[in-house]
Design a protein around this ligand. Structure first.
Ligand code: GNR
Ligand code: NI
Length: 182
């Protein structure tokens, strides 16, 4: 299985809006399989195709402890968001080593195609809800750092560019945590 390369903020390709999948064929299933493999290798709880430079509306998620509950979303559409908010300290494989609090709607309802190309509905709360919203943002060219102040965002961008120049940034697995850019 192939591990795909994850793009890092502030790469402009992370700003591309992903296109709808027309047909859940073998080619799409191969992409999904590679995305799950990459997500598990990188120790992420979710991955959007945009992050691996594939600009199709595909998301893979596994928020389970045992890493045995695959959720795959193709062309997800938000049906409803709750009015109450939840705050999570978010991280992102495309913003390695940086974590910030983000407030988002607590509950979400989405309709989506699954791995078998069937139209299903998913209702989520807690970490899964946060993760689905974080991943749908990716498909729309948005990152969690867009939810924090531009001052913090620009500092994070500068630090990542510097770490990449030094060659000390490879993946989140071996990157120390920069708790907050404040
Ligand atoms: O691994 C991840 N952890 C995470 C933690 C809190 C909120 C969202 C996430 S998603 C992230 C993986 C990732 O970058 N997905 O796009
Ligand atoms: Ni992310």
């Amino acid at each position: 299985m192939n591990k795909l390369k994850v793009l890092h903020f502030p790469d402009s390709r992370l700003r591309i809006v992903a296109k709808k999948v027309e047909n859940v064929d073998q080619n799409i299933k191969d992409i999904i399989d590679q995305m799950f493999f990459t997500m598990y290798e990188e120790k992420g709880i979710g991955l959007a195709a945009t992050q691996v430079n594939i600009h199709k509306r595909i998301i893979v998620i596994d928020v389970s402890e045992k890493k045995d509950e695959r959720i795959c979303l193709i062309n997800p559409a938000i049906l409803s968001l709750s009015n109450d908010a939840d705050i999570y300290e978010e991280g992102c494989l495309s913003v390695p080593g940086f974590y910030e609090n983000v407030s988002r709607p607590k509950d979400i309802k989405v309709s989506t195609l699954n791995y078998n190309g069937e139209l299903i509905e998913i209702e989520a709360s807690g970490l899964l809800s946060t993760c689905i919203q974080h991943e749908i943002d990716h498909l729309n060219g948005k990152l969690f750092v867009d939810h924090i102040s531009s001052l913090k965002r620009n500092r994070i961008a500068k630090k990542i560019v510097k770490l990449k120049k030094e060659g000390t940034l490879t993946s989140r697995k071996n990157t120390p945590n920069y708790k907050s850019a404040t």
